[in-house]
Write a protein that binds this ligand. Structure first.
Ligand code: BDR
Ligand code: CA
Length: 317
């Protein structure tokens, strides 16, 4: 069983990842921690609570950081996720509230209570993870693994030619996460841009999942419209759910290793730069950093199947 904390900025593809984690029999979801990103942290927290209630599960939600570590907050991408983060599909306000401790404190407490067992699955900007490290640096030795949807090593970026959105939203926090002596797995655009979730799949989810299927399909319609308008695809990318898939079945992916620095300013801001060729360079930014992993290959059919199976399983009946 994989104990995970999902650090999230829901977000349409975040909802896909959250529902998959809730339904997957090999995941124990300890909690959702929220961050600004696709929407404000207040909206992200409301959205996380709504998803928990819609699914009818008992999972705590902890509110996290509202702004980046150093840079100014950028406008939220309402053209990707809608003004409310769910493609403007309106939901009744959730009845529940966030727990009294912060996201970072929740992470610290859970990791200390379950040393060696907790995987942090981060599918938004990385401020909560960087703050947790600041509160208690010893968690780096106690976390099982950090699996994050973010970054891109060799493919194209989605918010600049070299940067991915989650990393660009808080490059300074991301650089701290890459530098820490825990094991990080980057599930970035190198693989998520290889996997497409199409309308037919969401129609099936709407038919077969009585609890959250209709909502998921309606929200996905907005996301698919956005992606179909800017890229030559008929569907949307499987960004955030890919990180959840890695946790339960890493054999879906092919990985490389290397030390990672994140560019925190200038034209390359937000770029995740991995020293992956095993040769010494005159520039020494990567020296004394731990080797981290990055996914470069993915078995698309198996990933889509994992998502489809989780979204239509008996868990929802
Ligand atoms: C990432 O950015 C957000 O828009 C998505 O939720 C995903 O986490 C993709 O670059
Ligand atoms: Ca996200």
């Amino acid at each position: 069983m994989n104990k995970i904390i999902l650090d999230t900025d829901p977000g349409i593809d975040d909802a896909m990842a959250i529902f998959t984690a809730m339904a997957h029999p090999e995941i124990e979801l300890l909690g959702l921690t929220t961050t600004f990103g696709n929407v404000s942290v207040d909206q992200a927290t409301t959205n996380a609570l709504s998803l928990v209630e819609m699914a009818g599960v008992d999972v705590p939600v902890a509110r996290g950081v509202a702004t980046p570590w150093v840079k100014d907050l950028s406008p939220f991408p309402d053209f990707v996720h809608g003004v409310n983060g769910f493609g403007n599909v309106s939901l009744a306000p959730p009845k529940g509230t966030a727990i009294a401790i912060s996201a970072a404190q929740f992470i610290v407490d859970q990791v200390n209570a379950n040393p060696g067992e907790v995987t942090l699955v981060a599918i938004g900007p990385l401020g909560n993870l960087a703050t947790a490290l600041q509160i208690d640096p010893s968690i780096a030795q106690k976390v099982k693994e950090v699996v994050l949807m973010g970054g891109v090593i060799a493919a194209d970026g989605n918010v600049s030619p070299v940067a991915e959105a989650n990393i660009l939203s808080d490059p300074d926090a991301a650089d701290k996460v890459m530098a820490a002596t825990w094991s990080v797995v980057i599930v970035g655009l190198d693989v998520t841009h290889q996997v497409i979730l199409n309308n037919a799949l969401f129609a099936r989810i709407a038919r077969e999942n009585p609890k959250v299927g209709q909502f998921m399909a309606q929200a996905a319609e907005f996301y698919i419209k956005f992606y179909s308008s800017i890229r030559d695809i008929d569907g949307c990318y499987a960004h955030d759910v890919s990180a959840v898939a890695y946790v339960v079945d890493p054999s879906i992916f092919g990985v490389i290793e290397g030390e990672v620095c994140v560019a925190t300013e200038g034209v390359a801001i937000g770029q995740t730069i991995m020293s992956r060729f095993g040769i010494p360079y005159p520039l020494t930014f990567w020296e004394n950093r731990p080797k981290q992993k990055a996914c470069m290959e993915v078995d698309s059919a198996r990933l889509v199947d994992l998502f489809a199976t989780s979204m239509t399983s008996d868990f929802w009946r």
